[in-house]
Design a protein. Structure first.
Length: 203
C-alpha cells in the first residue's frame, strides 16, 4: 500500500512537471498549427520531433512503467462477489420466519395443554382412589353418596366444591396462623437472648 502511494506521488510530480514545461512549447505549437492548418500529418511529425528532442524521455518512461504496474495490480485484484443478506423483514425470508413462529407457538401450546391434561388426569385418578377407600371403609356413606348423585348430581357437586374450597381456606388460615405464631416465638426468643447478652456486657 505504501509503495503504491509513493508511485502515485511520483506520477503526480511528473504530471506537474510536464504541465509546467508545456508552457514552453505552446507558442511553437500554435505557430505550427496556424501556418499549416491543413497538413496535420506534417504538424504531428513536427510536434513529435520537438518532444523527442526534449530531455524528458526518462521521466515519461518512468511514468509509463508506474502506470503499467498499477494497471496490472488492478487487473489482478479479486472481483467482489455479491452476497445477498436475508434480514427479518426481507421479502424472501419472511415466509420462513413466519412458518417457524407458527410452529413454535403450536409446539408450546401443545406442551402446555398436555401438561394440563396430565395434571387433570392425575387429580381425577387420585380422587377416584380416595372414593374407593371410602367405599371400602364406609359402605353406607358411599351408598348414600351414590343415591344423592343419581337424584341431583349438579347440586351435590356444587355443595362438594364449596365444602372443598372452605376446607382449603381453613387449612390455609391455619397454616398462616401457625407461621405467624412460629415467627412470633422466634422473635421473642431472639429478643430474650439479646437482653441476656446486654446484661452480661453490663456486668
Amino acid at each position: 500500500m505504501e509503495n503504491t502511494e509513493e508511485k502515485l506521488d511520483n506520477i503526480e510530480q511528473l504530471i506537474e512537471l510536464f504541465i509546467s514545461k508545456q508552457k514552453i512549447y505552446e507558442e511553437k505549437l500554435d505557430l505550427l498549427i496556424k501556418n499549416e492548418p491543413v497538413n496535420y500529418e506534417k504538424s504531428f511529425a513536427t510536434i513529435k520531433e520537438i518532444l523527442l528532442k526534449q530531455k524528458y524521455e526518462q521521466e515519461f518512461s518512468v511514468l509509463n512503467n508506474h502506470l503499467q504496474i498499477l494497471i496490472k495490480k488492478s487487473a489482478a485484484a479479486p472481483a467482489v462477489t455479491p452476497v445477498r443478506h436475508y434480514h427479518n423483514f426481507d421479502f424472501s425470508s419472511k415466509p420462513y420466519f413466519t412458518g417457524l413462529a407458527i410452529i413454535t407457538i403450536t409446539f408450546i401450546f401443545s406442551i402446555g395443554f398436555s401438561l394440563y391434561m396430565f395434571s387433570q388426569n392425575q387429580y381425577i385418578s387420585t380422587e377416584a382412589d380416595k372414593f374407593k377407600v371410602i367405599r371400602g371403609t364406609e359402605p353406607g356413606l358411599a351408598l348414600a353418596i351414590d343415591s344423592l348423585y343419581l337424584i341431583d348430581s349438579d347440586n351435590l357437586m356444587n355443595k362438594a366444591e364449596k365444602q372443598i374450597l372452605a376446607q382449603k381456606r381453613a387449612v390455609l388460615a391455619t397454616e398462616k396462623e401457625q407461621s405467624a405464631k412460629s415467627a412470633y416465638e422466634k422473635a421473642k426468643a431472639e429478643t430474650k437472648t439479646l437482653k441476656q447478652n446486654n446484661l452480661k456486657k453490663k456486668k
